[in-house]
Design a binder for this molecule. Structure first.
Ligand code: ADP
Ligand code: ZN
Ligand code: ZN
Length: 658
């Protein structure tokens, strides 16, 4: 009997595929069950091999009649595995819905209804495009082949309508469209607009859905019953019979980067996928990432602009409020409180943007300086008034609130700083008649609560909204006339180069929620660094001014996007082990070709009981960085020194936090 040999990717943290045989021919991309050690594991066939004399085990079971992934998709997985230096089995498994990670389930992808049934011949659109939108649509519709394009549209310029027309074009041509969006659950308006237009052809895929709903969405996109998929980063490899277009909405958003396990960027994988499929990809944003802007500058990306708001109203004016010499009330300067009062007296809405939830970020003893810290992380515990708990925002551990200081037994405990809960209390005291809404992770935990808050905000003409970055994404608050940004200084003083970029994006985005109706809105930015160059650039309200000034700084310092970075992280329960391991492992990096820093503790140096240290590597080209890391990774795996066994190590390409 003839034997066929296959390389199988298995989801285990080993950086190789394993060879098995079978007496039946199996398509590439098919799910199989294989014996690995003493257990049975799920695998995907990724390669056929010529006959070999090596002793191999047989494939235990072929799970499906049809392959889960196509050859192109396997190629992308292989690319991602090399690019991110991550085990191929884990790469593939991150893009499988949980249901298909289990070998007891089978993939049934027969179409359940006839395709094309829901698209009327004569598509009607709800809105007529304005001239800028029409121009953008014409341009985007004319794209052929691989053609990454930045749709730079200021907030309120009507990007969604532009997407809708591009989607329609592809549906008419019987193609499918994949839309990536950050945190769909937080920004239901993209979903509702696309669903209004294309009805039952639209599917949704994100991590808040049950595994069975996610599997169904995955299957129905795969079999062509759903033609438009809106998903978060894990949707980036969802397969469709004929994918014609990928859209990345809010391409700058940091949630496209997975921060643990397989640390990929869905934005980057989407671009690679479009390249391999030779299809257009649209990256939409009012605040594009510096990386994208650099690619536009180098003419590797095209760009089209929506420079005006649909309403033709002026964007809000920025004003910087020096808080060095003023006494703050729950983080608010007296001038900001006056501005809120005035806004309310004009029957308009005011918004306070603050990126700290809870009541106060620190709980301290004023006698001995004791500070409440998490047992297993190096973070201060945040005092939550409503829950009456001290909570770690790293690991979510919650602790009771002590009455006397655990260190000196004095009754001198108090909180420091301001969070959303405290602002809410203070504003309720200051403005007892105002309707006040708070939107943060705590106030929106219950299913449906986010929708409730949003609709209450929209239905109340005047009032105060308090919120974290959750409040700034994509919402349209017509009556909002004043925004107060309370804690931007965190972004200005952070050691992470990406923090300032993110701060600028957040300010422009938060400003974008305001002044849509009458164009006299103001954004008050409270800061102690009123002469900060980047803050002054933001004052113009023009994101591109800010971005180009930041790009110049990056270029002169040879920082990303002008160089390419990776971190090699070690984590273990002993800091010393990490330092020894990284000091030893450094020998495998050729320092004549790059800049190497470390070992240094991570900014979050302890999380859930594990210490984190890393090496930072900076190279002048991406190819060089990749080469250095491949050599490093291979050498490390071949080295049997026992120092290496005492920590877990991983590589992070384009890290966003150091
Ligand atoms: P962006 O995503 O660029 O911030 P949106 O797509 O949310 O902007 O559009 C802003 C608002 O303008 C939405 O309420 C949308 O329905 C409306 N809008 C968009 N295009 C038009 C148009 N051509 N005519 C009228 N209203 C429009
Ligand atoms: Zn004390
Ligand atoms: Zn913790």
């Amino acid at each position: 009997m003839s034997k066929f040999f296959y390389n199988v990717a298995i989801s285990i943290p080993l950086r190789q595929a394993f060879t098995y045989h079978s007496n039946q021919q199996i398509d590439l991309g098919t799910r199989v069950a294989v014996k690995f050690g003493s257990s049975t594991k799920l695998g995907i066939i990724i390669e056929t091999l010529p006959n070999t004399e090596i002793k191999t085990k047989s494939i235990h079971m072929v799970l499906d009649d049809i392959p889960t992934f196509s050859n192109t998709e396997l190629k992308i997985f292989r690319w991602a595995s090399e690019y991110y230096l991550h085990p191929i089995g884990e790469v593939i498994s991150s893009f499988l819905p949980t249901y298909l990670r289990q070998s007891k389930n089978t993939l049934d992808a027969t179409p359940i209804k006839s395709i094309d049934s829901d698209l009327p011949d004569n598509l009607k659109f709800e809105k007529n495009l304005n001239a800028q939108q029409s121009k953008a649509v014409d341009f985007l519709k004319s794209l052929k082949g691989f053609m990454p394009t930045l749709l730079y549209g200021v907030t309120g310029s009507g990007k969604t309508e532009v997407y809708i027309r591009c989607i329609a074009k592809h549906l008419i041509n019987n193609k499918s469209v994949l839309i990536l969006a950050p945190e769909i659950a937080l920004t239901p308006q993209l979903e509702s607009r696309v669903k209004d237009q294309f009805g039952s052809l639209v599917g949704i895929y994100h991590s808040k859905m049950t595994p069975s709903k996610r599997y169904k969405a995955w299957r129905d996109f795969r079999n062509g019953n759903l033609k438009v998929m809106i998903g978060t980063r894990s949707a980036v490899m969802m397969t469709a019979p004929k994918l014609g277009l990928i859209i990345i909405d809010e391409e700058h958003d940091s949630s496209y980067k997975q921060q643990d396990g397989f640390k990929f960027s869905a934005r980057d994988i989407a671009i690679k996928r479009a390249q391999m499929l030779k299809i257009p990809i649209i990256l939409g944003s009012a605040t594009p990432s510096l990386r994208t802007l650099k690619l536009v500058e180098e003419k590797k990306f095209k760009t089209i602009e929506l420079s005006k708001r649909v309403t033709q109203k002026n964007p809000p004016k920025f004003s910087i409020l020096d808080i060095n010499e003023v006494k703050l009330v729950s983080g608010l300067a007296p001038h900001a409180i006056e501005a809120i009062a005035q806004t309310l007296s004009q029957n308009k809405q005011a918004m306070i943007f603050i990126n700290r939830r809870g009541f106060a970020p620190q709980f301290v003893c004023s006698y001995c300086d004791w500070r409440a810290m998490c047992n297993s992380c190096d973070s201060s515990l945040v005092f939550h008034h409503q829950a009456e708990r001290l909570i770690c925002h790293r690991c979510d551990s919650a602790f009771g609130v002590p009455v006397i200081c655990p260190n000196c037994s004095k009754e001198q405990l108090s909180f420091l700083g301001t969070g959303t809960e405290q602002l809410e209390d203070t504003l309720r005291e200051l403005f007892p008649n105002a309707s006040i809404h708070r939107m943060d992770r705590d106030s929106t935990k219950k299913a449906g609560s986010l929708e409730n808050i949003l609709s209450e905000i929209k239905n109340s003409e005047t009032g105060i909204l308090i919120g974290t970055q959750m409040l700034i994404k994509g919402h349209d608050f017509p009556n909002l006339e004043l925004v107060v940004a309370v804690d931007v200084d965190q972004g200005i003083t952070s050691l992470n180069a990406s923090a300032i970029e993110e701060m600028g994006q957040q300010l422009i985005q938060v400003a974008g929620r305001a002044g849509r109706l009458d164009g006299h809105a103001t954004v008050l930015v409270q800061s102690r660094y009123v002469n900060d160059q980047n803050l002054l650039q933001l004052k113009s309200g023009n994101y591109l001014n800010f971005a180009s000034s930041l790009m110049q700084q990056r270029q002169s310092l040879n920082q990303p996007p002008y160089s390419f970075e990776a971190t090699i992280s070690a984590s273990s329960s002993r800091a010393q082990n990490n330092i020894e391991m990284l000091t030893y492992a450094k020998r495998y990096i050729d320092v004549s070709k790059c800049i190497l820093v470390g070992p240094i503790p991570a900014v979050q140096s302890k999380v859930r009981g594990s210490y984190q240290h890393h090496l930072v590597i900076q190279a002048n080209t991406r190819t060089l960085l990749n080469k250095l890391l491949i050599k490093f990774s291979e050498s490390l795996q071949a080295d049997k020194n026992k120092i290496l066994k005492k920590t877990r190590w991983s590589i992070n390409i384009d890290p966003t936090d150091l």
